[in-house]
Structure formats: structure tokens, C-alpha cells
Write a protein of this length. Structure first.
Length: 125
């Protein structure tokens, strides 16, 4: 799973079906496997909501504005996920998820859709 999380292919291509299907299902299973989940559904939804709000803001920006306004805020999500890991409410795999580089609105949109797919495969226990 680490390979999936380390380098998500977020470019619009035929790979998106696999990303939103098999890959999202595998990530959700990993996050929810074992006695203690790697991240709770509630915690994951908080990250999802932040990504969602970033996308909303990004859709009205040009590429240069995206790089100066949105991209740094996405990088901050890595530090927030690391903080969650230190508080033991998230795992290293969650930090890896937010280590992906987002370069434009399309990639951010695909990242959000990937997170939606993961949530869909993460039933509450």
C-alpha cells in the first residue's frame, strides 16, 4: 500500500478508474484493518473537508495563483497529518497520503475524489 500512497497518479487518464476503485479500496482496508484503525472515519473526514474547501477556493484561481495560494496550504496538510500521527489518531500511512505533490486544480480535484472513494470503502466498525 505504501506505493499507492507515496505516489498517487492524479493526472486525468485511464488510470483514474483504478485509483478510485481498487486503489481506494485497498487504502480503506489498510486504514481500517486490525484492532485499532490507522485513522478514524471522523478524523479522515476532517482532512477530506479541508481538501474540499481548498478545491472550492482553487477553482476560481489561475495556475500561478494556485501555486502561491493553494499548493502551500496543501503542504500544511502534511504537517497536520504528522501532528495527528504524533497524537496517535493517525498513522504514518496517512502522512504519506498527504506527502503527494498537487500541482494544479485537476490534480486537487482527483485527490479529493480519491479521498471520497476511500471514505466510501471505510464503513464504521
Amino acid at each position: 500500500m505504501a506505493v499507492i500512497l507515496d505516489k498517487l497518479n492524479l493526472k486525468n487518464s485511464e488510470n483514474l478508474s483504478k485509483l478510485f476503485g481498487e486503489d481506494a479500496q485497498e487504502v480503506a482496508k489498510q486504514f481500517n484493518d486490525g484492532n485499532r484503525p490507522e485513522i478514524s472515519t471522523t478524523q479522515f473526514r476532517k482532512f477530506y473537508e479541508k481538501v474540499s474547501s481548498l478545491l472550492e477556493e482553487a477553482e476560481s484561481l489561475n495556475n500561478d495563483e494556485f501555486k502561491t495560494i493553494i499548493a502551500p496550504q496543501f503542504v500544511i496538510l502534511k504537517s497536520k497529518s504528522n501532528y495527528a500521527k504524533e497524537r496517535k489518531v493517525a498513522s504514518e500511512n496517512v502522512v504519506k497520503l498527504f506527502s503527494n505533490k498537487i500541482s494544479n486544480v485537476e490534480e486537487l480535484k482527483n485527490f479529493k475524489l480519491f479521498m471520497e472513494s476511500v471514505i466510501g470503502y471505510m464503513p464504521k466498525k
